[in-house]
Design a binder for this molecule. Structure first.
Ligand SMILES: O=C(O)CCC(=O)C(=O)O
Ligand SMILES: [Fe+2]
Length: 165
């Protein structure tokens, strides 16, 4: 089903790989703030290691669920480009990070982004008469230009490219 050439075209360059280290200081008003507000990661896979403090949550069936730290475990998040290229078969999860008032927290995430000039579309093998494209194709830079507007509208940028069904 997966077309290696399409994956290679979008993710083939090592340039857009990033390691991000998030440091969340202890916060006296932890109940009133986020470490990171709710969002979906935008790239391909995001591989995350968190320390033993905890604070990552995912939205599951309309409820925020804590992802408890487990020694030696990595968390793998699906980014919106995979949601797009899989024509919605793989869903990117909404997640957020909380802070706490007593301890700082660290997380390390390896992101693999598509390059800005890539044209991204649902994989041709996954688009059929019975399963039409759920998203309009876009250049990654155009998708990224929607970040601010999506944040204001409280949803993810991919929604701007959803086909009306
Ligand atoms: O720190 C975390 O647990 C999550 C970080 C995150 O979602 C991100 O950097 O995109
Ligand atoms: Fe994230």
């Amino acid at each position: 089903m997966v077309d290696d050439e399409e994956v290679e075209r979008v993710f083939g360059s090592i340039d857009p790989a990033r390691l991000r280290i998030n440091h969340y200081p202890a916060c006296p008003i932890a109940d009133l703030t986020y470490g990171l507000p709710p969002h979906k990661d935008y790239g391909g896979l995001a591989i995350l290691h968190q320390d033993d403090v905890g604070g990552l949550e995912i939205l599951k069936d309309g409820h925020w669920v804590a992802v408890e730290p487990e020694k030696g475990c990595l968390i793998v998040n699906i980014g919106e480009m995979i949601q797009m290229m899989s024509n919605g078969k793989y869903q990117s999860v909404l997640h957020r990070s909380l802070v706490n008032s007593s301890q700082p927290r660290l997380s390390f995430i390896f992101f693999h982004f598509p390059s800005d000039d890539s044209l991204v579309a649902p994989m041709s093998k996954l688009v059929t008469k019975d399963s039409p494209a759920k998203y309009r194709s876009f250049y990654v830079k155009d998708y990224k230009s929607m970040f601010a507007m999506a944040m204001k509208a409280n949803h993810s940028p991919l929604l701007f490219f959803k086909e009306s069904s």
